[in-house]
Structures are given as structure tokens and as C-alpha cells.
Design a protein around this ligand. Sequence first.
Ligand SMILES: *[C@@H]1O[C@H](CO)[C@@H](O)[C@H](O)[C@H]1NC(C)=O
Length: 216
Amino acid sequence: MAGFRVLLWFVKWTIILAVAVFGIHFWLSTKGYVFSAQSISTIAQKHNDGGKDRSYDVRKAFHKIHQDLSKKYPGHILAAKDLQWVFMNAGGWMGAMCLLHASLTEYVLFFGTAIDTAGHSGRYWANITDAVLTGEFRQWQEGDTVHHTWGEVTAVNFKAGTWMVEYGRGFIPSTLSFALADTLFSTTDFITLISICKIYVKALVLEAGYYISQMF
Ligand SMILES: *[C@@H]1O[C@H](CO)[C@@H](O)[C@H](O)[C@H]1NC(C)=O
């Protein structure tokens, strides 16, 4: 009898999970998106180091990209006073990120590292595009824009002084488990963990505010 109940429980949750996955998948493939990988990449490449320009200042580039994005996507980009660089540990590598936009299905952020670092890419339920501004980010392939399609995994290698603009599209809450696992179970740097969660919530509130303002 107990065996039967366990089986029933298992079947029930399998069905609930399957319906949820199918529902989210359907939603992702039919909904409209604010950004496109192409437009983020175009804005980023306008401010890249143009083939290792020695006087290149990535801080200035980030500032300009933030301005361009705020102009092009008003109401969707966090204000300059809300931008915050935080360390990020995931997949064995360590970098720093600065979130510009996040919703349940998209995010835009600056990412990079001042030291050489490498590890696992993570397997996401999201498509990720990286527009490299300066430095080198290797993922078994080369070029200015690196695509990471959902479900795929690779080894990643960031050279010291590599900075990029990253765009993710998919089921973003699912990427958080990878993004935060190292912080939670390895570095136990809870200050960073709280900072990341706070910024994500801030971005979600901004997004919610945008849609509410559109209703009136
Ligand atoms: C992610 O990329 C795959 C392959 O290009 C595509 O089929 C899928 O629709 C993309 N997902 C989203 C949410 O854009």
C-alpha cells in the first residue's frame, strides 16, 4: 500500500513538473522581449577596444554603454546610482558583474575579471550572448561575440583584463542556482550573496514598475 502511495506521489509530481516545464517553454517561445542579442551586441561593439587600443579605458566604455542602453530602453535599465559591481563565483571561476537589467526572462549585465580565471560554463535554461569589449574569453571558439545556447556546456577561460556585456534570454530564475551555488556552498560569502539577491530584486521592481506605468 505504501509503495502504491509513493508511486502515486511520484506520478503526480512528474506530471506537475512536466506541465510547468511545458508551460514555461511555451511562454518563452511566444512572449515578446525587450532586448535582442543583436542590438546589445551592436551597442557594445561601438565601444570595444577596437583591436587592442592601448589608451582604452573600459570604465569609460561601460559608462557610455550604460548611457546608450538607457536612451534606447528607457525605464528598463537601472539608474547609475543603482549600479553595483559585485564578485561572482560560479563553476569554479571568479569574476565581477554589474547588473543593468533583469526580469524573469531577460538580463543584461557587465561582466569581467581582473585576473585569469577558468571553469565550467554552467548549463542554463537560457541563451547567453557575450559581447567582448576587451581581453579574451575562450569557450572552445573565438570571435567578438560568444553565444552560449541553452542546454549546452563548455569550459570557459577568461584572460585577466577581460570585460564584456552579457545578454541572457530564457527562464532567468533557473540560472540563479548555478550563479549562486559556489557562493552558497563554497565561498560562503553571504555578503556577496545578499548583494546579488538585492540587485536582482531591485531590477525586478524596476521592471514591474515599468509595466504598471504602462497600464495607465
Ligand atoms: C534559444 O536558442 C535556441 C537555438 O537557437 C532557440 O531555439 C530558442 O528559441 C532560444 N530561446 C529563447 C528563449 O530565445
